[in-house]
Design a protein around this ligand. Sequence first.
Ligand code: ADP
Ligand code: MG
Length: 626
Amino acid sequence: MQTAVPNSGRSSEPVPSDPIVGIDLGTTNSLVAFCFASGPRVLGGGAGGAMVPSVVRFLADGSTVVGAAARATRLAHADETVASAKRLMGRSARETASFARGGSTPLVEGPRGMAALAVHGRVVTPQEVAAEVLRELRRIAEADLGVPVRRAVITVPAYFDDAQRQATRDAARLADLEAVRIVNEPTAASLAYGIGQAARAERIAVYDLGGGTFDVTILDIVPSDGGGTGADCFQVLSTAGDTALGGDDLDRAIAAHWLAGESGLVDDDATRAALLAAAEEAKIALSERASIEVEAMCTGGARRVALDRAELDRLAEPLVARTMAACRRALADAQTTVDEIDRVVLVGGSTRLSAVRAAVRAFFGREPYVALDPDRVVALGASVQAAIVAGGRRDLLLLDVIPLSLGIETVGGAIAKLIMRNSPIPARAVEHFSTSKDGQTSVRIHVLQGERELAEHCRSLGTFDLRGLPPMPAGIPQVEVSFLVDQNGVLSVSAREKRSGCEAAIQVVPSYGLTAEEVDRIEKESIENARADMTLHRIIDLRVHSELDLKWIGEALARVRGQLDPAYIVALEGAMSEVRGLCERAASDPRSVDADLFHRAKQSLDERSMRVHETAIAQSLRGAGT
Ligand code: ADP
Ligand code: MG
């Protein structure tokens, strides 16, 4: 049994006194995560947690620099900087002689013929390099959690053999960490999505494209009695990939594209290094925008180089094609077909490339899991496994019903609930919405979770924009919003405008960030506020509908004013101004408005406006007839 202590670190949630963290010890980047009662979170840094580049600089005086600082100076200090040491872990010097690595420290034969590096005349084993990274992660975890960290679940590629796994354990020991479990990276990614917690049979393909390696793994969940036990439920059917294929290759292709296309560039080491750095910067920026211009400090001065999404897609094409060939091999080796794959999980920073997502979607014929950050998902899953080992929240992700209602924000700040709490999982719902302004060409979809009636009282799960609507009058576009919660509790929301066919989507894991206590509190609050909330929701709806009514009445009146009895116009305008006044008050302080009075005022305006609408319709029919 573990005791929870109030922690002195950054975390606001209780932390056990001897926590087990989850570590993704990557070729390019490493991270540490912990599974709190509210779900897993990457530790350190800002909101997203710290990503530590797996780069270590060994100085002549015996000290080391780890992470971003070592990466930044790796070219200036190439002879004492080690990157991508993971490629050498547990391998013999002979088999690794031809391996590509980030640094240029010479490869030597270490103890028992194993691969090692020579730095300042000293033999440095890959385990020692990994231990430096692990020590840095432990420091980050201790600062965040506020307690000493001595145990970890560490992930390795599924294809790692016993020697490579043992080398990883040894690295942990050097860093004063006990590796309580070594878990396959694709298994960890699956666990992060809640797959395997409930021991339902599923066949999963994990596509992992990192900085310098690519691998695809086909996994089965082996249903066991008594619920899921984490990684033990997973059986690897096959892996395929390429240990020399990744985002770095794309950076090189972009740099080569610039070298070939830009005039006056001196093709030397300094320029190539500057272009490589600029290439990665541009590539990452293009996930958020269509084109980008970045600065590269080339020989002879700073240069601005440009790249757009179409060029990036074209340059990524050969790389993506090679990964698809590996997917085909993995399926064949597992003696399975695309139709038998239930889930596709994307892992690795390079899967943010739209070209990669499109190719994976097309190959597997389904939307891959992308709700969790692809370069953090392995660490998150490692921490879920750690929580299971610690005997803590085994039920964390075990969902049979939807704990809180799911919906979207509507005009005026109310919530339209599409899936009600306690609905069995999987659940699906579709609803139609429209625009509130004339000529509106985009709609923002704000996905919410909660039991209250106003968006501001609900938990925001994310937003996305449906863009490219053809301009139409308010209320005419038909936006179909669909919610799907699958059996792992992953929510996919998509919005589609029917006439134009434009589409947009988002994926989230609604249970992350929620504790059982919070669900109870939210439920209690919704009961306490039910009556007031309903009234507010009603006032907001009255306001939104009345504003549209006023607009339509105003337009009709402008067209046929001359054909109407002046006394009728006076009465109509009186009713309009009464409703307009109520709308204004409802907009500034909805609590000050009497809902019944508002309802009666709107009803009386509806009745009175009948004549102006009829006259306008008659006129347009006459117009159409002649
Ligand atoms: P590894 O598992 O090998 O340690 P990561 O999963 O951290 O690697 O992936 C690192 C790679 O992801 C780098 O090549 C980096 O340039 C790439 N990357 C990160 N963000 C993006 C992005 N938005 N678009 C394309 N590539 C990206
Ligand atoms: Mg990785």
